[in-house]
Design a protein around this ligand. Structure first.
Ligand code: FE2
Ligand code: FE2
Ligand code: FE2
Ligand code: FE2
Length: 408
């Protein structure tokens, strides 16, 4: 049985304010942490950031002081929660190591959501971007070896393979081809709504992280690679956010945000082995339930809608789970590597006419070469081979097999 959040009281929002020492938690040990604890921290930080940004946007679109004050209170709590979650990242984890964690989130979260997504179009949208983030992990792993002599598998612990996906250089699309059609709010499976909201927040956080950390390096190759991949993350936010029904009211969207946070903290709680971090997921779950009640009261008061009309009687009973998805990723690689986007649809790249805007856009951005290719060439020159971690055998796509290891 999934959780029925309306049956629980949670912690009243007025009682959720925490002190500075609570907001400055002991970080995890980067050498001892379970890779999927790192990914849970990255995901839940992105979820809190989305709650904060959404609430700010909502506040800018209402002239009701009482409503603004209610939003300000819940938003302050979300901002405190974000500090607690993000504060778990240790200071000796470099931005590039954190980046590899971000792409491990992207791969294993997207693959898991795709595997559990009932709507075929949403499923296809997840598969499509999965192959792109999978490729980012490989590019950054090569940058990590090139710049720091680092071994990315010490971060991923072989739970996620590292090898090319849809090559980043071909991911650059005309903006019109990143816009998708949206689900219908009255008919969508509640699970699908949660899936889309979750992946929007995760991709948005990745976009923000690369926007802000792309200049942490002196080396032009690193700065260039972050700029290039940050732009793909912007495409991914465009892609995923356009799946959401834009006709929901701000108030309903507020309720859906709290529901998604509840579902995700509950999910993280099911898997967390680190008892100290588990207690944070537990506490935040109770806090989110309290925040949901505030949102539901607002919905009732301002729109005359009973929360039961939009809140499902129970949340999905399967928790969003971080686990290896190697076979799944390999099957999508084998079947969908050649896909591109044409307007709202996905089509094999060979079906696009030569006059398609995709090729004109590609010619412009890739005119001087692409950092995502240069980083692999540079690491081959330095290390004598590129960095890969293919734990399940050779690459399922013949054209993407390693030219050096193939010659051995
Ligand atoms: Fe929150
Ligand atoms: Fe990515
Ligand atoms: Fe992405
Ligand atoms: Fe919340």
């Amino acid at each position: 049985m999934g959780l029925n959040p309306l049956e629980h009281k949670g912690i009243p929002v007025e009682d959720q304010v925490r002190s500075w020492s609570d907001l400055n938690p002991q970080p995890y040990d980067k050498h001892a942490v379970d890779p999927y604890t790192r990914t849970r921290v990255i995901l839940m930080n992105g979820i809190e950031v989305e709650s904060i940004l959404f609430s700010h946007q909502f506040a800018r679109h209402t002239d009701d002081v009482d409503l603004k004050q209610k939003l300000a209170l819940s938003r302050r709590i979300e901002a405190q929660q974000q500090k607690v979650v993000n504060g778990l990242n240790p200071g000796d984890q470099t931005p590039l190591e954190t980046t590899i964690g971000y792409e491990q989130v992207a791969v294993d979260l997207t693959a898991w959501l795709a595997r559990h997504e009932p709507n075929p179009y949403l499923h296809q949208a997840l598969d499509f971007a999965l192959l792109e983030d999978f490729d980012h992990l490989y590019r950054y792993a090569n940058l990590y070896e090139l710049l720091d002599g680092g071994n990315a598998t010490e971060l991923t612990e072989h739970l996620t393979e590292i090898t090319p996906g849809r090559p980043t250089i071909v991911e650059h699309r005309h903006p019109s081809d990143d816009v998708r059609g949206h689900f219908e709010t009255h008919t969508v499976d509640p699970l699908s709504r949660l899936h889309v909201m979750t992946i929007v927040a995760a991709e948005q956080q990745t976009m923000n992280f690369y926007m802000n950390h792309g200049t942490d390096w002196i080396e032009p190759i690193a700065r260039g690679l972050y700029a290039e991949i940050a732009l793909i993350e912007e495409q991914h936010v465009t892609h995923y956010e356009s799946l959401l029904d834009p006709l929901d009211s701000w108030m309903k969207m507020l309720v859906f945000h709290e529901l998604d946070e509840i579902y995700l903290y509950w999910s993280m709680l099911q898997q967390e082995q680190d008892s100290r971090i588990r207690s944070i997921w537990e506490e935040h779950l109770d806090m989110e339930i309290g925040q949901l009640h505030v949102a539901c009261d607002l919905l009732r008061r301002y729109e005359g809608v009973e929360p039961e009309e939009i809140v499902p009687a129970e949340l999905p009973d399967t928790p969003v789970t971080f686990e290896p998805n190697k076979d799944y990723v390999r099957s999508v690689l084998a079947e969908q590597i050649q896909l591109q986007a044409d307007g709202l649809e996905f089509v094999p790249v060979d079906d696009l006419p030569k006059s398609h805007r995709y090729f004109a856009y590609q010619a412009k951005v890739n005119a001087g070469g692409a950092p995502s290719e240069q980083v692999i060439d540079a690491n081959r020159d330095k290390s004598g081979r590129e960095f890969r971690d293919e734990t399940e055998g050779e690459h399922p796509v013949v054209d993407l097999r390693d030219p050096v290891s193939a010659r051995r």
